[in-house]
Design a protein around this ligand. Structure first.
Ligand code: URA
Length: 433
């Protein structure tokens, strides 16, 4: 086979065979096919798409590009939850300890920030000492003994995705349905969980900007997961506004802790309870209404917060920071962003809010960039709120002085204020079984 022929076939709208897909993934992982040819193929896939058969073959090839984990020595049902990426999305930090405190095992592999979106691993590393790079045996031991562990992508797990992810990030090919499906599901299927609940984001802060595209993404991921023998469910959730008020790593960890303490923002709490209920329901802990009650109960009686603190401690982190979140340091500098006119916030470009946070130092522009954990944006007003000209709508935080002007301009340009109040969409828009 020749990579040239595969690129040409896809460029001209042909469907690749399973053998061709396996061949190029194996060749790329082995270092035999150069980045520039794979980048050309990704762009051809971006424009021509892939059918479900091709996407399934690509997903399985990514899954099989490295080791596959065996969790059979973890006792009980193992669940995973994955978001397709959003702004202010700290749900994993809240949902996973809730469900673990209710007896399902969470063996979770998470990612770092991608593009304008944040990543669970970067957030967890804002907790001093927290280790996201555990050997597999230690990871399994913590899941068995504590009930939950969250680690970053193992070097040996789905290595093709690691290469493709970095390549797509710099070649404008992230927001392609077959490439997102195979990236997420390739990783998820290399791990050995029984149930997977997907939080498929839709709207201006997500990679899929329309509900139709997000539904298609959800349907394909669910279908491929089922083909691999997993119990699957996807919730399509609103990302036309940031989730909660905090955007940026330690700001988000603190907000997650507040949510586990029962005093988090209403939207974040509502979505976390819904996701936890669906996970528990998929794990046969009860019907949805019962599972929702159980999830709320785990917040109210403190067991979910204790589970989070126990996981932090087991993974080498300082659990006293979870019990006393005021220990998280504040950035050296802050700046208030004020409303330019009076009225209702009728909508925001959520991606720009994520970019504003990156400009302050909360994410990476290059792979080598070091994250400023204290950097980010704290929202004082969100879509649907009424503001007066001069009211503070957000506070920006950073340890460097240079990003504030650009971040403020981004935020103001991304915030639409009008005379009449908007209709705010529900958070959970659809469910795909
Ligand atoms: N998350 C992933 O892991 N991969 C993508 O392509 C997008 C979001």
């Amino acid at each position: 086979m020749r990579m040239y022929d595969i690129i040409q076939k896809k460029r001209d709208g042909g469907a690749l065979t399973e053998a061709e897909i396996k061949w190029f993934i194996e060749g790329y992982t082995a270092g035999d096919i150069p980045d520039y040819q794979v980048a050309a193929l990704c762009m051809a896939i971006y424009f021509q798409g892939m059918n479900l058969e091709e996407t399934t073959a690509l997903t399985f090839a990514v899954r099989d590009s490295g080791e596959r984990l065996n969790f059979s020595d973890i006792k009980g049902l193992r669940v995973d939850k994955h978001s397709t990426g959003g702004v202010g999305d700290k749900t994993s930090l809240v949902v996973t300890p809730i469900v673990a405190s209710l007896g399902v095992k969470v063996a979770k592999m998470s990612g770092r920030g991608l593009g304008h979106t944040g990543g669970t691993i970067d957030k967890l590393e804002a907790i001093p000492g927290f280790c996201t790079d555990l050997p597999v045996e230690k990871f399994k031991k913590i899941v068995n003994e504590v009930g939950i562990a969250i680690v970053g992508q193992n070097e040996k797990l789905a290595p093709a995705d690691k290469l493709l992810y970095a390549l797509r990030d710099v070649t404008a090919t992230v927001d392609s349905l077959p490439l997102i499906v195979s990236s997420i599901m390739g990783k998820k299927l290399a791990a050995d969980d029984d149930c997977i609940v997907l939080d498929v984001k839709t709207g201006s802060g997500s990679f899929m900007k329309t509900q139709e595209k997000s539904r298609e993404l959800a349907e394909w991921m669910v279908a491929i997961g089922k083909r691999a023998g997993k119990r699957m469910r996807a919730l399509i959730t609103d990302m036309d506004r940031p989730l909660g008020n905090a955007i940026g790593n330690s700001l988000e960890v603190v907000e997650a802790i507040e949510t586990l303490q029962g005093k988090g923002p209403a939207d974040l709490t509502e979505l976390c309870v819904a996701l936890a209920a669906h996970i528990l329901n998929l794990a046969e802990k009860g019907d949805l209404a019962q599972c929702e009650k159980m999830a709320r109960g785990a917040i109210e009686d403190g067991s979910a917060l204790k589970m989070f603190a126990d996981m932090v401690s087991a993974q080498g982190g300082d659990e006293s920071w979870i019990l006393s979140p005021e220990k998280f340091p504040k950035a050296a500098y802050s700046h208030e962003v004020k409303a330019q006119k009076s009225g209702y916030i009728v909508g925001v470009d959520t991606e720009s809010y994520g970019v504003a946070s990156l400009l302050l130092g909360a994410g990476r522009n290059t792979k080598e960039d070091v994250i400023d954990f204290t950097a980010g944006v704290y929202l004082q007003a969100k879509t649907g709120d009424r503001v007066q000209k001069g009211d503070v709508i957000a506070v920006l935080y950073s340890n460097k002085k240079t990003g504030f002007t650009a971040a403020e301009q981004r935020l103001l340009a991304a915030t639409r204020i009008e005379k009449t109040p908007p209709k705010v969409a529900p958070l959970v828009l659809d469910i795909v079984e």
